[in-house]
Design a protein around this ligand. Structure first.
Ligand SMILES: [Zn+2]
Length: 125
């Protein structure tokens, strides 16, 4: 347990460092007013969601980088939504969605989590 906790702490510290080094979201999309990402995670082949949550992005301070850690506790992979989200936001899209299979592993097996996300954005006129 201790080791797992340490790995997760290191992982989130690394993620924060990458986010801190990234350009700011407001610099990339200056008229963005609000952004909310709805996340739904489930195992492949299973339609019942294991986890759903809403991530509200603090537009003024957020990095132009969207990394969601895999919800499987022993999986070390992240879902990087940046390249799926940023082009749409730059084009003023108000709703974006996507799906990302986890490429991590749990023990010696592939992690079978699938992350589905919907982003809702609002812009200043
Ligand atoms: Zn995973």
């Amino acid at each position: 347990m201790r080791r797992r906790f340490d790995e997760r702490a290191v992982r989130s510290a690394e993620r924060r460092a990458r986010e801190d080094a990234a350009p700011r979201l407001i610099a990339a999309v200056p008229n963005l007013e609000s952004l909310q990402i709805n996340v739904r995670e489930h195992r492949a082949g299973n339609t019942v969601a294991d986890a759903t949550y809403v991530r509200r992005v603090v537009v003024l301070h957020a990095p132009a980088m969207f990394i969601v850690p895999c919800g499987e506790p022993s999986c070390r992979d992240d879902h990087d939504l940046t390249s799926s989200l940023m082009p749409g936001l730059r084009n003023g899209a108000t709703q974006l969605e996507g799906e990302d299979d986890c490429r991590g592993t749990v023990g010696s097996s592939p992690c079978q989590r699938v992350l589905r996300w919907t982003a809702i954005a609002a812009y200043r006129p």
